[in-house]
Design a protein around this ligand. Sequence first.
Ligand code: ADP
Ligand code: MG
Length: 623
Amino acid sequence: MRKKQFKAESKKLLDMMINSIYTHKEIFLRELISNASDATDKLYFKSLTDGGINADELQIRIDIDKEARTLTVSDKGIGMTAEELESNLGTIAKSDSLNFKNENKDNENIENLEVIGQFGVGFYSSFMVADRVEVISRALGSDSANKWVSEGVEGYTVEPCEKEETGTTVILHIKKSTETEDYEQYLDQYRIEDLVKKYSDYIRYPIVMEIESQVPDKENKGEWLTEVNEETLNSRVPLWRKNKNEIKPEEYNEFYKQKFYDYTDPMLVIHSKTEGQATFDALLFIPENVPMDYYSKEYEKGLQLYSNGVLIMDKCSDLLPDYFGFVRGLVDSADLTLNISREVLQHDHQLKIIAKAIDKKIKSELTKLLKNDREKYEKLFKTFGVQLKWGIYADYGMNKEGLKDLILFKSSNGGYATLKEYTERMADSQNDIYYACGESEEKIALLPQVEAVKEKGYEVLFCTDDVDEFAIQMLMEYNGKHFANIQKDEVDLSTDAEKEAMKEKNESSKELLDKMKESLGGEVSAVKFTNKLGSHAVALSAEGYVSLEMAKVLSQMPGGNEGVKAQLVLEINSEHPIVKKLEGADEETLNKYTKILYNQARLIAGLSIDNPTEFADMICEMM
Ligand code: ADP
Ligand code: MG
């Protein structure tokens, strides 16, 4: 019998498979089962029109023969004729596989074999674990069968043989284990069971295998008997394919906990069917708690990616934007009909469409939650809201439009406010969205500037997270209203007349203020009288782009942005009794008072002071 050669490109791929150092060799089983399932589908659809096939009998069988060292996968599918065996198994027919080859053509030894697992290269993957592969097939409507045999790149043979039923049987002669590679595992029933569960759990035909187990012998106490039972290994119907209203909340919760190794029920479940540019089911979960490793480098965002119930990637990171990195779940694309192989999904375009739809879906669900269950939304936001704010800031603000209505800020009105709520209740006389920054809500509420703005009847947003002000800077405005940091020098809510009066006061006190500034030796860029502090004596504000809070955040960042300093302005309440004291003080006392006021202002702003001991001494001295 003449040995035939593989087509050139097949040979290359096959060669890669045989010499593969790829760590996920186990995927070969997924590939064979998928092929069996595809072939069964084809038969099933034919039977819908032709009749004569009992769908209940359709199943996929796995047999292990430890002695012969074979692992066999058989189906009752459509089968292949001799010509089909040649053309399907002797050539890579599909353009996708060819793409794979083209993409890699400059890379002769293809070191990065990780791609194999991602591309789903199909039948040839069996050569990763087998040194001889036999395919016995009988095509539907044919009364003869054929056997295809290959031991690798040398070529293959096809010859007629006997087979009773329609369908295909693939026999793998499993390689001998080496020092570095354990192939015995593929002859172990438990291992095979696990692999089916892992990759092929939702194949819709039963995948059956004979499982041997030891049971106590009833007649001879203390003895054990070997019992063999045929078991169905896969659970077949994926939860996400079921109708939403047939699924109980507990079912979702159990599924989530089991699949994503969490102890707590998810906070939010999103189950959706999408049709259109891309057709897919998505089942997404927002956890109750921040995943343990979320802030570590080890955390990988991503969704499981299924193709018609077959797992093809465990963490497909392209499916989630970073700001939704905390979302767990899976996507199953039903797009992959029989003639589209799984590789297609790996193509950027398809994935991007799905990713975009998922992004949109999560946003719309969050919007709904915000509207319908405020309490729950706030809870969710407390846990993951920072991510959304980073999302606004990241990528040069590319995503800010989609996220700006999902973020919340603590407000001087009590509780959380959205930007929409804030702008809607703004007074007519109010031009800007006011905010202030600090360590905590409580501390910000006590800032002199906040008190003064509140007295005017305006609401203030509290920025307590490092990211808050960066997000605000990126937003620039909301609904035409600009943001104003009330700890900034240029933000002034007084009337024109008041402004004028204050200007005069500052000008007439220029000598005094300059002296005070000098005595602080370059710590501040100005000392000023203001009317922005309510009943309080002093506060710090910042001039220019960098706010107090931003300077704090930047200086704490690794790599130290030490050059980034806020230009501080020491503001003194012009109505406060302290002013009289300052005006009446001799030079030495003025220096002391200035130092005390400045240090007080720093403490109020949440900044540390250089010499606390000296500060304490000065206060005691005055007492
Ligand atoms: P893909 O499944 O992506 O098309 P494979 O390399 O897995 O690529 O399979 C190549 C082709 O061989 C399939 O498209 C199919 O036509 C045929 N084939 C493989 N396994 C079977 C099978 N069990 N029954 C019928 N045809 C099969
Ligand atoms: Mg395949």
